[in-house]
Write a protein that binds this ligand. Structure first.
Ligand code: ARG
Length: 590
């Protein structure tokens, strides 16, 4: 039989087909393949219970009949997969050590994992909308999450076979530009050459400007609105200033993207859609989804408890487009130009209403227009808290600048390293500190369920034990050193052929954990929650330690050594693949 990568899917197909050859079953039978309690097996099929009961049959008897068919099925070699009926009619599948050995031999490295995992999303075109920051602002800690979570999920989707299109939906068009332009003009200042300094300058000018515009009827507020209208009408001077502001923002952001390894492809900001909104107003009006209310164009959702009264404002009463209208135009563009089957948005939880309203509107609008409705998902998250349990701030109460945080991460990692491993060459030390420091910050952002807030603690995220990046990076580096010390290459197919079947409990547990990789990838993507993968890698590293402490790897008997080295090599490749998918770099020495 074939050595499966996605056992749950394969079993589903095999059990469905077997049911059709078993008396009493028909095409309505759903196997319901689940992970099993490890004491009983690897997977179980739960479907017989409900199916038999609904037909007033005895589930146990039906389970036995189905198991008989499965035991004769050439797709299930009993030397590799054992079938058993348990309790009132569950069917358990146990993958034998021989299967686990064949699995480890077959799925040998990242490209083999990728090839096998690619079936999950093959043929699926997907737009990932991140990090999508607003311009004219310095990045602060809050900007970390869209970069880190967006990148991890984008990598995972691509790994699992999707055609992933990256689009950085910049917030580069809004009423704040009136204030910014007027404040900058009045100040007579030119923008500082250093992008971070220019952004600090813009923030200062904007603050002062907004203070003067607080009274919406003041002459200053009126002039700011006039500057905005000039910009919207394509005035040359205001367009030049706007471009300059967008350019310095992008320069500062690009530094972060490079530092954090954010993949960029398209950067179509909100401004790109400013001439594409008329069509949206026209279509939504034509399909009677939008209505005029106090001069504005709005969409209500009568079936929704809140959105039947809370409007989705798509054109302001002064005729200007907004976040919602550009987002509607963006969906249409992505579907028409890029043929997106799915769009995934990444923002914090405060934008949940916006996206819920957007998704409801798109669904009705596309149906009315007879277009295929893309799948739309919003990946949202909670806040990063300081150790006092409140939103993280600097001592003076401002939000912490992202570049300061990332510098501190690298400096702290360097200090720890200088103490633990003072003899490393300086260049290598700096590189390790970069990988560990940035990795630690990213991993802390990924390891927790994203929808809850998390507490940012330097000591916890840099700790060498626990579910942290330093722990996992160290686990991988340690496996490299096992091979280095033994003078053996990590990947050696000729050596792997010599391996005999896994025997000790530690070997079998570790192999089972490796074999869980595909199920973990599937679960992570089903809910777009990277912490599933983090937990898995952490448990895998723990399982490896148990194995390494229990069973000597470098021994005289060649077949024993070969199978243990195989486990070391696979653990290493799975750890490295997983960390890379999460957006971390890895190290051979630490
Ligand atoms: N620029 C927005 C913000 O910083 C996020 C944009 C998310 N993407 C979108 N298509 N709305 O809050």
């Amino acid at each position: 039989m074939d050595i499966w990568f996605h056992p749950a899917r394969e079993l589903d197909a095999v059990v469905r087909a077997a049911a059709l050859r078993t008396p009493g079953f028909d095409a309505e039978f759903v196997p319901e393949i689940r992970l099993a309690d490890p004491r009983h097996g690897d997977f179980q099929s739960n479907g017989v219970l409900g199916y038999a009961k609904a037909r007033q049959q005895n589930p146990r008897a039906m389970g036995m009949a189905l198991a008989e068919t499965l035991k004769k099925d050439p797709a299930l070699d009993p030397a590799l997969i054992q079938v058993e009926v348990a309790g009132p009619g569950f069917i358990n599948f146990k993958f034998t050590p021989a299967f686990l050995l064949a699995w480890c031999r077959r799925y040998r490295n990242e490209s083999a994992f990728h090839e096998a995992a690619g079936g999950l999303y093959r043929g699926h075109t997907l737009v990932v909308d991140y990090p999508s920051p607003n311009v004219a602002k310095q990045m602060h800690v809050g900007h970390l999450r869209p970069m880190v979570i967006g990148e991890a999920i984008a990598r995972l989707l691509q790994f699992c076979g999707a055609k992933v299109i990256h689009d950085n939906h910049l917030g580069d068009w809004g009423s704040n530009f009136g204030t910014l332009i007027l404040a900058l003009k009045e100040s007579g200042e030119t923008l500082a050459p250093d992008p971070e300094a220019a952004l600090a300058q813009l923030e200062r000018l904007y603050k002062a400007g907004s203070a003067k515009a607080i009274d919406k009827n003041s002459p200053w507020a009126e002039s700011a609105r006039a500057e905005l209208v000039k910009l919207q009408n394509g005035d040359a001077e205001n367009t030049r200033i706007w471009r300059q502001i967008v350019a310095v923002s992008n320069q500062a952001a690009e530094f972060m993207y490079r530092l954090l390894g954010v993949t960029l492809e398209h950067t179509l900001g909100e401004s790109f859609y400013r001439d594409k909104v008329e069509r949206i107003y026209a279509e939504l009006t034509k399909y009677q989804l939008a209505e005029t209310s106090e001069g504005a164009l709005v969409v209500f959702h009568p079936e929704h408890p809140r959105f039947k009264e809370q409007p989705f404002l798509i054109r302001k009463s002064d005729g200007a487009s907004n976040y919602a209208s550009t987002d509607l135009a963006t969906v249409l563009y992505r579907v028409e130009e890029w043929h997106a089957d799915e769009i995934i948005y990444f923002t914090d939880g405060r934008q949940r209403d916006h996206f819920e309203q957007l998704f409801l509107t798109v669904e009705k609008w596309f149906r009315a227009a007879g277009r295929p409705v893309p799948r739309l998902r919003h990946v949202w998250w909670g806040t990063i808290l300081g150790e006092d349990g409140r939103a993280i701030k600097t001592k003076s109460g401002e939000s912490l600048k992202l570049h300061e945080l990332l510098n501190e991460a690298q400096a702290r990692a360097l200090a720890i390293l200088a103490e633990k491993n003072p003899d490393l060459p300086e260049v290598e030390k700096a590189n390790i500190a970069r990988v560990v420091g940035l990795g630690a910050v990213k991993y802390a952002d990924l390891r927790q369920d994203r929808t809850s807030d998390y507490e940012f603690s330097w000591n916890k995220l840099l700790a060498l034990d626990g579910n942290t990046a330093p722990y996992l990076l160290y686990a991988a580096a340690r496996i490299h050193s096992i091979f280095r010390k033994a003078g053996l290459p990590v990947d050696d197919p000729a050596r792997e052929v010599l391996a005999d079947v896994f025997q000790t409990p530690a070997e079998i547990n570790l192999a089972r954990k490796l074999f869980a990789l595909p199920s973990v990838l599937e679960a992570t993507l089903a809910d777009l929650r990277p912490h599933f993968l983090c937990t898995y890698l952490y448990e895998l590293a723990g399982e490896f330690s148990t194995f390494y402490n229990a069973d000597r790897v470098v021994v005289d008997e060649k077949p024993v050594q070969a199978r243990r080295l195989l486990l070391c090599a696979r653990t290493l490749r799975v750890l490295e693949t997983g960390l890379r998918l999460l957006g971390l770099e890895t190290l051979e020495r630490m």
